[in-house]
Design a protein around this ligand. Structure first.
Ligand SMILES: [Zn+2]
Length: 167
């Protein structure tokens, strides 16, 4: 059963997060592998609410011919549908690569509680890699960020993908 939860609770991370991170990032990695198998840049994302996965997606830029079809964007849309609200204040996003500026903007707009991401992107990452969008005071959003979680596996997928494309 899903337990009701006080939306004003800002005391995070909660103890269960630590145990769940491995499991949910594993799901995100599975999504990333799916993308890679379809010739998409291998990035996967899942969104979790009250211990339940409510959205899972992978990058679909090539399939949809849509440069905004990043795994995070698709997962956020799914999560908003599942919750029935654009506010995702009690949700956590697991994504295999650091969000880009567009996705970080969407994270702010949906008021996500927490983001756990894999490989850091020092060139274009917007949650600490290249810069941190959350540092912009005017955006008025706090979000707990756990960077570099199981980054070796995420990076290995990306490296393999680009190596095969070059070959
Ligand atoms: Zn993105």
């Amino acid at each position: 059963m899903i337990q009701p939860r006080d939306n004003d609770d800002t005391s995070f991370p909660e103890p269960e997060d630590v145990f769940s991170d491995e499991r949910f990032m594993e799901e995100a990695l599975r999504q990333a592998r799916k993308a890679g198998a379809k010739e998409e840049v291998p990035v996967g994302a899942v969104i979790v609410r009250e211990g339940q996965v409510i959205a899972r997606a992978h990058n679909q830029v090539e399939l949809l011919k849509d440069a905004t079809a990043h795994a995070e964007m698709i997962a956020l849309t799914q999560a908003q549908e599942a919750v029935g609200d654009w506010r995702l204040t009690d949700c956590t996003l697991y994504v295999t690569k650091e969000p880009c500026p567009m996705c970080a903007g969407a994270i702010v707009h949906t008021r996500l509680r927490r983001v756990v991401y894999g490989v850091v992107d020092p060139k274009a990452g917007a949650l600490g890699g290249a810069f941190n969008l959350l540092d912009v005071k005017g955006l008025n959003h706090t979000c707990l960020v756990t960077p570099g979680f199981r980054s070796e596996e995420s990076l290995a997928l990306l490296r393999q993908f680009f190596r095969e494309r070059r070959g």
